[in-house]
Design a binder for this molecule. Structure first.
Ligand SMILES: [Zn+2]
Ligand SMILES: [Zn+2]
Length: 298
């Protein structure tokens, strides 16, 4: 499996001298597994991936798995040139909302008020697949989906190919007592002990989902000391991502969804510190930060 990062930033693109090393485009990861082309999320990084496909000069067949519909995960889609070419075949998978399909969510973004080309004008053959927690087989690749802890319906993906496993948690926060505090506001009468067990079960489910991954690409938006200010926003700290990877016995952790204010120097320090903590716990986990245009092979 080859994994190439085309966009690594969360929230908003961040061009400029402080982000030239790790990159400023929002979320987009290309996964090549045998003859199957998969794209994880459609942030602004997908524009250059589309240009790369165009230069190859062949019909494009690709499977796009969207984690959720926040802007930083879909805003590059209208600039993905293969959607405007006849003969291309594009499958889009993602979590539907109770009142909106994945097609609805993408159509809204290309309403004439926001973008000049409209969704119904796209020339490629586009197939939509609304997902819940399930498994999808594409030739010799299997993709499992699982809900993450984020303010809207969000799926993480576990990809299997030829004995190798890649897990992408997308935007995710550990389940915590914050959820319990929130439910109490609604007068919910769940006893604290039951809620604690429920939250522990939710966290164990996530560890199971990541278990024995060769690579896990995980939300690491914050430093540990920053996290308390953003508790409940649906993102993790680098240390949370490391703890998840260690518990799941993953081999390599790619910290990802970089905060827009995080400079290249900040990211280098974040990797160094997170790696040192992992080693100090006796773990052999390798920690790196996602870097635009870099390719990993597993
Ligand atoms: Zn995001
Ligand atoms: Zn999000």
């Amino acid at each position: 499996m080859q994994i190439k990062f085309w966009g690594v930033r969360g929230s908003i693109p961040t061009p400029g001298p402080d982000t030239v090393v790790y990159g400023g485009n929002t979320t987009c990861i290309e996964v090549r597994a045998g003859d199957t082309n998969i794209i994880l999320d459609c942030g602004t990084g997908i524009r250059e991936l589309g240009n790369h496909y165009s230069r190859l000069g062949k019909a494009v067949k690709v499977h796009i798995f969207l984690s959720h519909s926040h802007w930083d995960h879909i805003q590059g889609f209208p600039f993905f040139m293969p959607i405007y070419r006849y003969g291309n075949e594009i499958h889009i998978y993602g979590p539907a909302h109770p009142d909106r399909t994945i097609r609805d969510l993408l159509t809204l973004q290309m309403d004439g008020a926001y973008f000049p080309a409209r969704y119904f004008e796209l020339a490629a053959k586009i197939h939509h697949h609304d997902l819940r927690e399930e498994s999808v087989d594409i030739e010799d690749v299997t993709v499992h989906s699982r809900f993450m802890n984020h303010p809207i319906y969000t799926l993480g993906y576990r990809i299997h190919h030829e004995g190798k496993v890649l897990v992408y948690t997308s935007d995710n926060e550990p389940y915590s007592a914050f959820l319990y505090d929130h439910l109490k506001d609604f007068g919910d009468a769940i006893p604290a002990s039951e809620m604690e067990e429920f939250l522990a079960q939710c966290n164990r489910r996530l560890v199971d989902f990541v278990s024995d991954a060769d690579v896990v690409i995980a939300d690491a938006m914050y430093r540990t000391e920053e996290y308390p200010r953003y508790r409940g926003w649906g993102h993790s700290s680098a240390e949370h991502a490391m703890e998840l990877a260690i518990k799941a016995k993953a081999k390599k952790l790619v910290i990802w969804h970089h905060d827009p204010n995080r400079t290249d120097a900040d990211l280098e320090a974040m990797v160094r510190d997170t790696q040192a903590i992992a080693w100090s716990r006796g773990s052999k986990l390798e920690v790196v930060a996602a870097k635009e245009k870099e390719t990993l092979e597993i």
